[in-house]
Ligand binder design. Structure first.
Ligand code: DC
Length: 223
C-alpha cells in the first residue's frame, strides 16, 4: 500500500498535537510535530546569541544544521547535533523565537526538505501551519483546527501550570499567542492558512474526545 499522509494545521493551542497523536496511534503510523523543528532552530540561534529575526545569520545557521528525529515508542524525540532537546524547546522564549525563525524563507526551505523526506518514507500525521498548503499539498486528508484566542490561551496556560511553571500569567500567554498568530499568518512565505480542500473544525466548545471522534471518522475512511 502506498504511504498515506494526514495534514493537521492551525494556530497554537487549537489542539493539533493532541489530535495528531491520537490519530497516529490509532492508525499505527508516525506523528511528526513540525513545530519542534522550528523550535530547535530557535534554540540554536538563542544559544549562539543570534537575533531570531536576523535573516542573514539564520540562513547560514540552518545551512548545515544537524536536526534528527527519532521515536521512543510513539513519543517523538528531537536531536540537535546529537543532543536530545525535546524538553528544552518548550519554553515561552523558544515559542516566540520559533515563530520568528519560521518567517525566514531559507529556514523554512530547509525544514520542509526534512519534512518531505520523512513523508516520502513513512505514512505520517504531520502537524504545523503550512502542511496542507505547502509541505504536503497532496495529503490524503487535511484538517484545519481553530479555536478562540481566549480558549487557546486558557489551554496553554493550564498546560504550563501542569508542567509546574509558576512565573507566568494568563495574560502573558494570551499576548504570546496573539504575537505568534499575527507573525505566523502574515509572513509572506508559506503562512498559516487553511488549504482550500481542508476540513475546518472550530474546537472552542468541543472536548478532545469530541474532536478526536470527528477526525477519526474521516481518517478511518482512508484505510
Ligand atoms: O506548533 P508549535 O507551537 O510548536 O510551533 C512553533 C512555531 O513554529 C509557530 O509559532 C510557527 C512555526 N511553525 C511554522 O511556521 N510552520 C510549521 N509547520 C510549524 C511551526
Amino acid at each position: 500500500m502506498p504511504n498515506i499522509s494526514i495534514a493537521i494545521d492551525g494556530p497554537a493551542g487549537a489542539g493539533k498535537s493532541t489530535i495528531a497523536k491520537l490519530v497516529s496511534k490509532s492508525m499505527g503510523i508516525i506523528y511528526l510535530d513540525t513545530g519542534a523543528m522550528y523550535r530547535t532552530v530557535a534554540l540554536k540561534a538563542i544559544r549562539e546569541g543570534i537575533d531570531t529575526l536576523d535573516r542573514e545569520k539564520l540562513s547560514s545557521l540552518v545551512r548545515d544544521i544537524d536536526i534528527k528525529i527519532s521515536y521512543d515508542g510513539e513519543e517523538q524525540r528531537i536531536f540537535l547535533e546529537g543532543e536530545d532537546v525535546s524538553g528544552k524547546i518548550r519554553t515561552p522564549q523558544i515559542s516566540i523565537g520559533a515563530s520568528n525563525v519560521a518567517t525566514i524563507p531559507e529556514v523554512r526551505i530547509k525544514m520542509v526538505e526534512l519534512q518531505r523526506e520523512i513523508a516520502a518514507q513513512n505514512s505520517v500525521v504531520m502537524d504545523g501551519r503550512d502542511i496542507g498548503t505547502y509541505v504536503l499539498p497532496n495529503a490524503n486528508l487535511k484538517i484545519f483546527l481553530t479555536a478562540s484566542t481566549e480558549e487557546r490561551a486558557a489551554r496553554r496556560y493550564k498546560e504550563q501550570l501542569e508542567k509546574g511553571v509558576k512565573d507566568i500569567s494568563l495574560e502573558d500567554v494570551k499576548k504570546d499567542i496573539e504575537y505568534r498568530d499575527k507573525n505566523d499568518s502574515s509572513r509572506s512565505f508559506a503562512p498559516l492558512s487553511k488549504a482550500d480542500d481542508a476540513i475546518e473544525l472550530d474546537t472552542t466548545n468541543l472536548t478532545i474526545e469530541q474532536v478526536a471522534e470527528i477526525i477519526m471518522k474521516y481518517a478511518g475512511e482512508l484505510k
